[in-house]
Design a protein around this ligand. Structure first.
Ligand SMILES: Cc1cc2nc3c(=O)[nH]c(=O)nc-3n(C[C@H](O)[C@H](O)[C@H](O)COP(=O)(O)OP(=O)(O)OC[C@H]3O[C@@H](n4cnc5c(N)ncnc54)[C@H](O)[C@@H]3O)c2cc1C
Length: 476
């Protein structure tokens, strides 16, 4: 019986953590299999005033699904794809535990040959649709397809008292990205797009940061047309490349890729979509541009076709994966170590300035980091690679220094991977007072007893967080 609430036992230990590697605690756990069961469980727990932490696939990296006592509601058994339609544009209606991978397989099976897909593309394909919507996750496609909210038309939400709300396009935006604060997403209808006729992926390599910077500036001048457009633009630094190469032989999807030549310190992956003629024109422009930037077009890796594009994407996923593996290994020596990542947007800065934003202080403090991520919006991810607890502690201070520096510059911090528990101390710097008031209003509507996802986004004292301490910046 899946409406059952099980007491926590040894065999449920794996449900106490996520990819942030923070450890939580819980008293009970459930694995509901339908919306009705979720309503029933929520109603029961609500009456008893028991806090609930919602879990999808637990691939989040900010501790959002790590429980802080109370009950864990894990949605991994909610895996039904209920309907496919293709009247007013293709849609899929499904339960929240379906993973991105399963969604893709379902779409390919049911819309055979039609070339449909769901554009938000966080690279971790085991992530559940519920988790993706709760964190408004997106991935490599961001340069062209933008916000996840654009690709959802309806959501079912079970609130903190067990009541079902059916939210349409006019009201679902606030729920997407709300990290489970308002309820359990129990069903969603997703809007699909048609894949570009053709996709090419080209990886360029550079020795100097100034070269890749000039290249990006040139690319940003190229205008998209409906026939040819840049779908993805991803940067990877040498430290990330080295990390991947040290583990590549164990990674089936990328182990056949050649090693990156040692003189190259920077990699830029461009994916172009559209019609063949228009893509060829963009590719030619890129080749001219790379010569102007003192790069070597003959060294570029150029691929086309679904399978090869997937292999390139797998490479970019492995960059994130290998960074997480590094943390897992470091934890074997000291389990106080957790993932330390900055995923802030640094808009208005050149790529070079963004990279230096992170590298200068890291070098000065002798802390190893990797940098990779989306050039669009300047969402680079800087990960700290601590080999021991002392480096971890210094890494935490470095992270705080970066936050201060960004807050001082923008008077606001914008993050990509959600806030969860790991970044909840920054909530007052991420949201304006008006936004906090809006969240409070929604919270009063959906979860007046504040039982859902406690600790996410708002730690207990976040409302009073005074970000002006960041104004001055404090140094390391
Ligand atoms: C190697 C790697 C690469 C990654 N790449 C990306 C990337 O490219 N882009 C990106 O954005 N993220 C990325 N992530 C982070 C992560 O995959 C995403 O945040 C993903 O959306 C989490 O989905 P999940 O099912 O694992 O959710 P979980 O980790 O289980 O939960 C995440 C949050 O959503 C809430 N939640 C889950 N399900 C529901 C539901 N049904 N209703 C309400 N709330 C719910 C949880 O309470 C929690 O707050 C990556 C992670 C890893 C490990």
């Amino acid at each position: 019986m899946s409406r059952e609430i099980y007491p926590m036992e040894e065999k449920y230990q794996e449900y106490l953590t996520d990819e942030s590697k923070n450890q939580g605690s819980a008293v009970s756990i459930s694995f509901p299999e339908s919306e009705e069961e979720i309503q029933e469980i929520m109603e029961t727990l609500g009456k008893e005033n028991i806090p609930v932490t919602i879990q999808g696939s637990m691939t989040g990296i900010v501790g959002g699904s790590v429980p802080v006592g109370g009950h864990i509601m894990n949605l991994q058994k909610m895996k039904r794809i209920e309907a496919y339609t293709d009247n007013d544009g293709p849609t899929v209606t499904l339960e929240p535990g379906v993973s991105l991978e399963e969604l893709e397989q379902g779409i390919n099976r049911n819309f055979k040959g039609k070339g449909y897909f769901w554009p938000p593309s966080p690279t971790e394909t085991t992530a559940s649709i519920g988790g993706v919507l709760a964190t408004a996750a997106r991935g490599i496609n961001i340069a062209y397809y933008e916000d996840t909210r654009k690709y959802v038309s309806e959501i079912h939400l079970v609130d903190g008292m067990g009541k079902l709300h059916i939210l349409d396009k006019s009201s679902l935006d606030t729920v997407i990205g709300s990290e489970g604060l308002y309820g359990v997403i129990t069903k969603a209808t997703l809007l699909l797009e048609k894949k570009p006729e053709e996709n090419w992926g080209i990886t360029f390599f550079f020795e100097e940061l100034a070269q890749v910077n000039d290249f990006v500036n040139g690319i940003e001048e190229i205008e998209d047309t409906p026939f040819g457009y840049i779908v993805a633009m991803e940067y990877v630094d040498r430290a990330s490349i080295d990390l991947v190469e040290s583990k590549k032989e164990f990674m089936t999807k990328i182990k056949e890729l050649p090693d990156v030549e040692p003189e190259f310190n920077h990699l830029l992956y461009i994916e172009i979509g559209g019609k063949e003629d228009a893509i060829t024109q963009i590719a030619e422009k890129l080749m001219e541009l790379v010569i102007q930037c003192d790069g070597n077009p003959d060294k570029a890796w150029a691929v086309m076709g679904e399978a090869e594009i997937q292999r390139m994407r797998a490479f970019h996923h492995s960059v994130a994966e290998c960074t997480n593996l590094f943390i897992e290994e470091a934890r074997r020596n000291d389990d106080r170590i957790t993932k330390l990542e900055s995923d802030m947007a640094l808009p208005g800065l050149s790529l070079k300035e963004c990279v230096e934003f992170y590298t200068e202080a890291a070098k000065a403090n002798n802390i190893d980091i990797t940098i990779f991520g989306h050039v669009e919006g300047r969402y680079l991810h800087a990960n700290i690679l601590p080999k021991n607890y002392d480096e971890y502690e210094r890494g935490r201070r470095l992270l705080s220094f970066w936050n201060q520096k960004a807050y001082k510059k923008y008077k606001k911090i914008t993050v990509e991977h959600g806030i969860g528990k790991v970044k909840s101390d920054l909530a007052g710097c991420i949201f304006t007072k008006d936004q906090i008031a809006q969240i409070e209003e929604q919270k009063r509507k959906y979860d007046p007893n504040r039982l859902l996802n406690r600790g996410n986004i708002f730690s207990e004292d976040a409302y009073d967080k005074d970000c002006s301490v960041y104004e001055a910046g404090s140094g390391l």
